[in-house]
Design a protein around this ligand. Sequence first.
Ligand SMILES: Cc1cc2nc3c(=O)[nH]c(=O)nc-3n(C[C@H](O)[C@H](O)[C@H](O)COP(=O)(O)OP(=O)(O)OC[C@H]3O[C@@H](n4cnc5c(N)ncnc54)[C@H](O)[C@@H]3O)c2cc1C
Ligand code: SF4
Length: 338
Amino acid sequence: MRPYKYTVGTDPATSINAVRNNPGAKFLGGGTNLVDLMKEDVSQPNELVDITRLKFSDIKTSGDAVMIGAAATNASTANHETIREKFPLLSMAILAGASAQIRNMATNGGNLVQRTRCTYFYDVHMPCNKREPGTGCGALKGMNKNHAIFGWSEKCVAVYPSDMAVALAALNAVVHVQGPGNKQRSVPFAEFHRLPGDHPEKDNNLEQGDLIHSIELPENNLAGKSYYLKIRERSSYAFALVSVAAALEVDGNRIKDVRIALGGVAHKPWRATIAEKWLAGKDATEANFRAAAMAELKQAKPLEHNKFKVALAEKAIARALQGAMKGGLYGMEEDMEG
Ligand SMILES: Cc1cc2nc3c(=O)[nH]c(=O)nc-3n(C[C@H](O)[C@H](O)[C@H](O)COP(=O)(O)OP(=O)(O)OC[C@H]3O[C@@H](n4cnc5c(N)ncnc54)[C@H](O)[C@@H]3O)c2cc1C
Ligand code: SF4
């Protein structure tokens, strides 16, 4: 690991200025991703500005929404009474990720900005356009079993690893960002992360020095029928091969509102808008769930080693929607262990 300066951020403005004025500086949340990347020499910041002591860890109701602080830990967010009651999908997704120890350290802001788990990205001896633009993509024609089936480019086929973000995409969350000069902006979740295009080195639309201070969860009527399904190679401590955040509002058996987002399939949480449109106004039946999933997966473009993800995602969507119909957090124990 290379030497770096450690600064304790005491207030947002000075923390933002410190990072904005030094291209080599980064914010430090729980450090569970950034410090790993530094140890592997993938990331070489010359200064870390610790933002965990800023007053950004509240979880509170504000008008028609609930605001969760960026410095709140993943564990305190998942276990918060209001989140469990109103947004069980988010609790399920967070608890499906990492391990209890990591969730106790990891912050919500850091979770959204964590980097891909592509093995070529982590190996500094391999070509990787995300780590070193212009060197090529080792995974495009290499080992791409864990990689994207939607939205990839010739420059990068990586997937985004967060579980929490998949639920936030389905919940139409809004990310509140504070930039230099105290400029505040609100970014709809769908616009927060990026597809790789020609610039896979950029995972999201934050600029140097932009600080996430909170995540807004707009109220909805989906709490009773939501489900996070994560398919992975081990039952704990593993990233998703495919995951699905599914939530429904029904009138009788007729679908009034449906949200489906996929993880493990693209460079950002993939909102399954084709399946959602297919299901709008229809009956909540297994046959309809399967047909909607098929319609979505028709758009998939698998790589050489991940064709299995197409069938897996199709089945996972249908199963997650069925799980959502059964309802809520407490039907999920089998998938939440770990
Ligand atoms: C063994 C292991 C298994 C894991 N398994 C999973 C899993 O299954 N599912 C899953 O979703 N995740 C998993 N994770 C990832 C984990 O969730 C992330 O490492 C964690 O959420 C990152 O949060 P952090 O606060 O530690 O971020 P840090 O490591 O501190 O920071 C990550 C990045 O975010 C930036 N950042 C931090 N806070 C802010 C902010 N407020 N505004 C702007 N930028 C900010 C930092 O500058 C840095 O670039 C795993 C991690 C490990 C080590
Ligand atoms: S998929 Fe993206 S992260 Fe992985 S090697 Fe290719 S460019 Fe790098």
